[in-house]
Design a protein around this ligand. Structure first.
Ligand code: BGC
Length: 745
């Protein structure tokens, strides 16, 4: 592979700041101020402009004139070096360009989609994935990525749930912080570090009806208690940048919302990073009906607290004029530019803007091994009747069917601009290569792709199933069915996939259904028809070897659902941390087929449930089985009477009562029984992965500072309210022993 050498001669032309200077931020503000003082208004506005490259000569001219701060989507290192050369040598002040790209769940080596990474409940997986993505992306000159996406996602119709860490603020915060650590490395100025971008700020995941870009209506308390916490966590962890979201919340588009961009982000959180708009979200405020024209859009975005405009160019067109008219102050511009320059210094770009990394890091063996481990841990075992899995020696022939068995493009999932399907290892390939000496593999897809409605191939798949000892059906969604702008109103399996599963089940052979998708699908019927079900959110490059080892028991499943799985689309939004309502279900639901004719109006009990779907989801949040069984006993609390500044230790004995070693995710939930406003029935406050040998018991202890129970109360202050609480330690959000404690004044 090509190697790109540093043009050492170019370094001589630059003002030097060493990496170690930048690490401690020593003297950083002085450097920023010195440079700022030398800039014209036009040069300042140029820094606030992010360009999507068009004609190379035009880009070069703009860079030379100091009219560009950042460029998106150049992945040719030679071109990166050429542009940086123009910026540092030919522009008046020699300010390097910030090269950016969406590197969401891998650059070349593709990890499971973020929802899958969240299913591991293992922040190390997320950190490793982001680190590897940064190493591979920086080899092509990318020093800024638009990730992590930490939008709370409680609506599986929304295609972008795939990019998120799911429904829970605590899990999203932990995984988001881990991703930031991975992208940014130990020091931003390391040449393999990539600045992270927390997106989309904020509330985008609450798009009404799960339709992408739709309006949101999130009251301030819900915003503060649910949607903002992951963003606050990554801001505190040093996430270099934030991106405004497309949605308008309660009528105000985020890109023009000074409450979130100034009051919360800058004043309350003291954030000194950089804020970029989403793609053209400044000028989309015109389409929203919030701004009258491009000049108005630029004015509102900058005054609200945006530092850099992604692609729409309205800052370049109008800011100078807006400053001369006194509609935007030069002080506001200066602050924006400070935030941009600070990042460029922190990244060490003034030291060395050139690509210098070895190209051979792409698809490195060690990267592929980590991607496999991530895919293994992301797999969620939803059902395993009669210990169908793992396959034993009795299984000599397997029929491999379904459209996702050999779909190298689709198993990579959404937001995969750079990973090449030629490098994907599919389940079919992996089963043949890794287990071909142990079992005969008969491949008969039955259905060609997930939307394929043709049933003509099903007979052949059934014939293959009849010749086999077990069937593995790989079904789900193509990559294109989730992600940005890919919302769905119906979450059932598409095309002829349901017919395929029904026909396979009718053979009476053990049927293992493996679902690969970008969201939870409503697979109740397929779960009933299958002996075993494994759910993998699109698992990436190494999904095949991961599932092969899971099927044959070399690896034991340990993933947990990072979102609640609905039975029917009509239950959405459905999430575990709901409030109770005044009509909580009493445990007895009369479902539609059991309602007597001409039943009295109130005879069903008047509680909060659906007559056709009941109250419960298909699978609760945090759910996932193992090839072994874990039992929870002896929950103990270090105290039952605490002060608001106290700390509680909660412990539970977890025993592996099965015959295999396995990994369990022990989860801690708390309920605040009475609040100044109504509270969620349960909230995740901690989790830990533990591995137990057969027969082994481990006492798992969590330390929970009572300050973790603070929330935005009726007074709209974040505080701990005295009162009674219940704490659970369990295997998912629905099971596990509990104990009560109290916080007294
Ligand atoms: C998406 C962002 C992404 C940006 C740049 C937008 O359409 O909403 O998440 O980072 O494009 O590609």
């Amino acid at each position: 592979m090509k190697q790109f050498k540093i043009l050492s001669v170019c370094l001589l032309a630059l003002p030097f700041f060493s990496c170690s200077d930048v690490k401690t931020d020593d003297g950083l503000e002085t450097k920023v101020e010195e440079l700022l003082a030398r800039m014209t208004l036009q040069e300042k506005i140029g820094q606030m402009n992010q360009l999507s490259p068009g004609n190379a000569d035009e880009v070069a001219a703009l860079v030379k004139e100091g009219k560009v701060g950042s460029i998106l989507n150049i992945t040719d290192p030679e071109q990166v070096n050429k542009i940086q050369d123009i910026a540092v040598k030919e522009s008046r002040l020699g300010i390097p360009i910030l090269m950016s790209r969406d590197v969401i769940h891998g650059y070349k080596t593709i990890f499971p989609i973020p929802l899958g990474q969240a299913a591991t409940f293992n922040p190390q997986v997320a950190e490793d994935g982001a680190r590897i993505a940064a190493v591979e992306a920086s080899a092509d000159g990318i020093r800024w990525t638009f990730a992590p996406m930490i939008d709370i996602s409680r609506d599986a119709r929304w295609g972008r749930m795939a990019e998120s860490c799911g429904e829970d603020p605590y899990l999203s915060a932990v995984m988001g912080v881990a991703m930031v650590r991975g992208f940014q490395g130990k020091s931003l100025c390391d040449p393999t570090s990539v600045a992270a971008c927390a997106k989309h700020f904020v509330g985008y995941g609450a798009a009404e009806a799960g339709k992408d870009y739709n309006s949101t209506f999130i009251p301030e308390r819900v915003l503060r208690n649910i949607y903002l916490p992951p963003f606050e966590a990554v801001a505190k962890a040093g996430c270099a940048t934030f991106m405004t979201s497309f949605n308008d919340n309660d009528g105000i588009p985020s890109t023009g919302n000074d409450f979130i961009l100034r009051t919360v982000l800058r004043d309350e959180w003291k954030y000194d990073g950089m804020v970029v708009t989403d793609w053209a979200s400044a000028t989309e405020m015109i389409t929203h009906g919030f701004c009258s024209n491009r000049k108005d859009a630029a004015q509102r975005a900058v005054n609200a607290g945006v530092d850099m405009e992604m692609v729409s160019g309205s800052f370049m067109e109008h800011l100078e004029e807006l400053v001369s008219e006194g509609k935007v102050s030069e002080a506001t511009i200066d602050n924006a530019v400070r935030n941009i320059l600070r990042l460029k210094f922190r990244l060490g770009l003034f030291n060395n803007p050139y690509v210098q990394t070895d190209q051979s890091v792409k698809y490195a063996e060690a990267h592929l091994a980590k991607a496999k481990e991530a895919a293994e841990q992301s797999a969620i075992l939803l059902k395993n009747d009669n210990e169908t899995l793992p396959f034993t020696g009795k299984v000599r022939t397997i029929a491999v069917v379904g459209p996702m068995a050999d779909a190298p493009h689709d198993q990579l999932g959404t937001w995969c601009f750079d990973g090449e399907k030629e490098h994907t290892q599919t389940p079919l390939r992996a089963l043949r290569e890794m287990y071909g000496d142990r079992v005969q593999v008969i491949y008969e897809p039955g259905v060609a792709y997930s939307r394929d409605k043709r049933t003509s191939g099903i007979a052949a798949a059934v014939a293959a199933a009849r010749r086999a000892d077990a069937v593995v059906a790989f079904v789900g969604e193509e990559a294109i069915l989730s992600g940005e702008a890919h919302s769905l109103a119906d979450l059932n399996l598409r095309g002829a996939q349901p017919e395929l599963i029904t026909a396979l089940a009718a053979t009476g052979k053990p049927l293992v259904t493996v679902v690969m998708a970008g969201r939870p699908l409503t697979i109740g019927r397929q779960v009933e028809e299958s002996s075993s079900v494994i759910y993998m959110f699109h698992p990436g490059t190494m999904g095949g070897p991961a599932i092969a080892d899971l099927l044959f028991g070399k690896v034991v499943p340990s993933g947990k659902t990072p979102v609640t799985f609905p039975k029917m689309t009509g239950q959405i939004p459905i999430y575990y941390a709901h409030h109770h309502t005044g009509r909580a279900p009493s445990g007895h639901e009369t479902l539609i087929d059991d309602i007597p004719l001409e039943a009295g109006q109130t005879s069903l009990g008047c509680t909060s449930f659906y007559m056709d779907a009941g109250f419960d989801p298909l699978f609760p949040f945090g759910y996932g089985l193992s090839y072994t069984t874990f039992v929870y006993n002896k929950l103990t609390l270090s105290a039952t009477d605490l002060k608001a500044d106290g700390t509680l230790t909660a412990s539970v004995d977890v025993t592996n009562i099965g015959k295999r070693a396995g990994t369990e995710v022990v989860q801690l939930y708390v309920r605040d029984k009475v609040g100044s406003v109504t509270r969620p029935v349960k909230e995740l406050k901690g989790f830990r992965r533990i591995t137990l040998q057969p027969g082994e018991t481990q006492t798992v202890s969590f330390t929970l500072p009572m300050s973790e129970l603070a929330y935005w109360t009726r007074r709209m202050r974040k505080e701990v309210e005295p009162g009674e609480f219940t704490l659970w330690l369990g295997t998912n959000s629905d099971e596990g022993p509990s104990a009560d404690f109290e916080i007294t004044k």
